[in-house]
Design a protein around this ligand. Structure first.
Ligand code: PBG
Length: 324
């Protein structure tokens, strides 16, 4: 054959492939989620997330120092609240001496340059395991937003660089922005979980924090996975209300949404490579059915290729090891 164009020329060696690669992972891309518990010197492996741990605060601080050494520069904090502190108002969420508030201070004291983001949602604090206040079996929007504003302000006061509302109540980004401004926290950013879907893939995370909904599901506030255009509507509204960074979550079954959102906004887009996505790779690798390291790189690259500027992932440390 005499061909005018041979596409395989650009694939024939590792050198040429790396020269023309369109997407590259870097430690700068990653946000590391951390699960924090009360107590001392204890780490508990999350059964459905092998190799991932819930650490007491002292061990979390040590972990953060290690992350910084690895060039990982942002963390996203989640805490496990004791059962006796859970109620339907979620008021432990804005306790100035709460675990989240202590964690932010301790991490900022130990590694001041680490970017600290905090999860803002009531579910770990809710006796019902819902992201909002429950009245007559309904998750009530506006009283929940008031609680989220208090929670955000208390995180900012503790020193959080960003608050990350993951609850999907209407109007919360605007209300949080207003609240932060009113209290003088003009440098605190908001990373909004803008297009967050009601997903079965959150299961392992709910194991990690003991935060599974006690009744029903989250479909009256998280989005229906049948919808794509709605993600754009949600995201544009959050940008309008003051979100600095928007997010699509989950990531893998939602790569089309990541691209759609990326093409629709001019703020940075993050994606959350969530617990169930982690668990699937771990489980298949354990069975010997896929190569774990290769699956990690392929997955994270696909999320970035889809349009994510940043990725929250439990694989951040693995990824840094694999790309360096
Ligand atoms: C809850 C929250 C969830 C996750 C982050 N924040 C679970 C849920 O909405 O039920 C999931 C993260 C993961 O699965 O890795 N506000």
């Amino acid at each position: 054959m005499i061909l005018q164009r041979r596409n395989r020329i650009l694939r024939q060696s590792a050198a040429i492939r790396s020269l023309v690669a369109e997407t590259r992972l870097s430690p700068d891309d990653f946000i590391v989620p951390l699960f924090i518990d009360e107590g001392e010197n204890t780490r508990i492996e999350i059964p459905s997330m092998p190799g991932y741990y819930r650490n007491t605060l002292d061990l979390t601080v040590a972990e953060v120092k290690e992350l910084w050494q690895m060039d990982l520069k942002s963390v996203l904090l989640f805490i496990k609240c004791k059962d006796e502190w859970k109620d339907n108002t979620g008021k432990e969420a804005w306790n100035p001496d709460g675990l989240m508030q202590r964690a932010v201070k301790a991490i900022k004291d130990a590694v001041p340059e680490m970017l600290v983001m905090t999860d803002v949602a009531l579910d770990p604090y809710s006796s019902f395991g819902h992201d909002g206040i429950v009245e007559n079996g309904q998750i009530v929007n506006d009283p929940t937003v008031e609680a989220l504003v208090k929670m955000s302000i208390s995180h900012a006061r503790a020193g959080a660089d960003f608050v990350a509302p993951s609850d999907m109540m209407d109007g919360r980004i605007g209300a949080i922005r207003k609240g932060l401004e009113a209290e003088g926290f003009i440098n605190t950013g908001i990373m909004s979980y803008s297009a967050k879907y009601a997903s079965c893939f959150y299961g392992p995370f709910r194991d990690a924090l003991d935060s599974a909904p006690g009744f029903g599901d989250k479909k009256t506030y998280q989005m229906d996975y049948a919808n794509r255009i709605e993600a754009v509507k949600e995201t544009l509204m959050d940008v309008e209300e003051g979100a600095d960074i928007v997010m699509v979550k989950p990531a893998l079954a939602y790569l089309d949404i990541i691209r759609e959102v990326k093409n629709s906004v001019s703020v940075p887009v993050s994606a959350y490579n969530i617990s169930g996505e982690y668990a699937m790779i771990k489980a298949a690798a354990k069975m010997g059915w896929i190569n774990e390291d290769k699956a990690i790189l392929e997955t994270l690259t696909s999320i970035k290729r889809a349009g994510a500027d940043l990725i929250a992932t439990y694989f951040a440390k693995d990824a840094v090891r694999l790309i360096s």
